[in-house]
Design a protein around this ligand. Structure first.
Ligand SMILES: [Zn+2]
Length: 242
């Protein structure tokens, strides 16, 4: 792999092969060579969880919850993180030389389909795609490499009927017996992942109803003007999906 990094410890092995092709082309561009390097690459799920826990404990930089399901339904947590398809889709770049400006680095990167998706906040963060699909790479058009290395994404096959049936079964279960602190199981997991998706952070969706989950439930109930019981009855369960 011909991608320069700022440290030897930076991991690149989980990057999607199509992304690797783009990065190799970008880094062999004479305007970029020796002036830019990758300062942050891919992370396994476990590594992301470690960073997230440090962040939650107030001991580390802001890190995404690895179990947070992005609204696009495919990606989870950080784009740097290993995704359900087994690959990751983000690198951070560092400017090594003042002979090229950061805006110029980004102008060139975009032509290779390496896009600063949060440019206003993090000029260095680059992705080859988002949840909808791959970004266009005009600099690679017509090059055989781009066409032949287009490995299809192993998108999970979604059994929507099965998911709906499972959620309806959980709803019935919650109607009979609301979820309370100490509850465990898949209904708790569903509630936690929905709370996370709605922006009420309750930590990883581990299926264990603890203090953080109760706090997040109360925040949801306040927002939805439901009694703030901190337990998930059927009204609160329904509020998770509206
Ligand atoms: Zn980044």
């Amino acid at each position: 792999m011909n991608i320069p990094t700022t440290k030897s410890s930076i991991q690149l092995d989980l990057l999607h092969p199509r992304f690797v092709t783009r990065l190799e082309a970008f880094f062999s561009d004479s305007r970029i060579k020796n002036r830019v390097a990758v300062s942050s690459g891919c992370r396994s799920y476990a590594a992301q969880l470690r960073l997230y826990r440090l962040y939650r404990a107030g001991k580390g930089n802001l890190a995404a919850n690895p179990d947070w399901q992005r609204p696009d339904g495919f990606f989870k947590g950080s784009f740097h993180q290993e995704q359900p398809c087994g690959h990751s889709f983000a690198v951070d770049l560092r400017q090594l030389s003042r002979s090229i400006s950061k805006p110029d680095i980004n102008k060139i990167a975009v032509t290779y389909g390496i896009v600063p998706t949060i440019q206003a906040k993090e000029w260095w963060h680059h992705q080859p795609r988002n949840g909808k699909g791959w970004f266009d790479a005009p600099a690679l058009k017509g090059e055989a490499s781009e066409g032949t290395i287009d490995v299809p994404l192993l998108e999970p096959v979604v059994d929507w009927a099965g998911i709906v049936a499972a959620i309806l079964a959980q709803r019935q279960q919650v109607t009979r017996r609301p979820l309370i602190r100490g509850s465990r199981g898949d209904a708790v997991k569903t509630a936690q992942s929905r709370l996370g998706a709605l922006g009420f952070d309750c930590g990883p969706a581990d299926g264990i109803f603890g203090r953080k989950t109760a706090w997040a439930v109360k925040q949801l109930q306040k927002k939805k003007k439901l009694p703030t019981t901190g337990t998930v009855d059927v009204h609160t369960f329904d509020a998770l999906f509206t």
